[in-house]
Design a protein around this ligand. Structure first.
Ligand code: ZN
Length: 203
């Protein structure tokens, strides 16, 4: 994301000094005992600010806009499942990444969502400061709200760098969360069918 700052401001205050986020990163670097003016770190605040804005760009995206024109009326009442959607998010407790796979399923009543829109929907919620549980629920509830299916199931399997890097968990431990709504909650067979499909390719 390019800043809107004018050249005159830039000249007066130096590059990036009018971007509070860049300023915060510079403070952050200094507080860690580093010299933000040394060569290798000179442009780091700008890069970090840009990268953080991208990683949290979900706050500025509108679900309805993304789904606009991608809801179809179809006579289909079997389970729709989109598996192995890559997710990258930031844990809101440590601002460190968690990443893995998301599996989404629903049973339509009248409307279906264009298949390519489901990963985009997932990204809208993943690109925020998150906890994995809430991310899972938000995806499920949004689909429930937008197309009123018989039910929705969402499973997320993710590794959290805040756990792994700090040695809280072993390298290979994966956190699994799920949200089951409607028939996915009420009917064991539906839930099992979904979970069996998820397990199939994951193993
Ligand atoms: Zn964390």
């Amino acid at each position: 994301m390019k800043g809107k700052r004018s050249n005159s401001v830039q000249n007066l205050r130096g590059p990036g000094f009018d971007d509070p986020l860049e300023g915060a990163v510079r403070t952050f670097i200094r507080e860690l005992g580093e010299d933000p003016a040394r060569d290798g770190l000179l442009r780091t605040p700008q890069r970090v600010a840009q990268s953080l804005r991208f990683l949290t760009s979900g706050y500025h995206q509108d679900v309805d806009k993304v789904l606009n024109g991608a809801l179809y009326e179809v006579a289909y009442d079997e389970m729709v499942i989109v598996k192995d959607i890559e997710i990258f998010s930031l844990c809101e407790h440590h601002l460190l990444p968690f990443f893995g796979r998301c599996h989404v399923a629903y049973i339509p009543t009248k409307k279906v969502i264009g298949l390519s829109k489901i990963p985009r929907l997932v990204d809208i919620f993943a690109r925020r400061l998150q906890v994995q549980e809430r991310l899972t629920t938000q995806i499920a509830e949004t689909i429930m709200e937008k197309i009123q299916p018989l039910g929705v199931g969402v499973v997320i399997e993710a590794k959290h760098l805040c756990m792994i890097m700090r040695g809280v968990e072993k390298q290979n431990s994966v956190a699994v969360t799920s949200a089951m709504l409607g028939v996915f909650r009420k009917e064991i067979e539906t839930r099992e069918e979904f979970l069996a499909l998820v397990r199939k390719r994951s193993e």
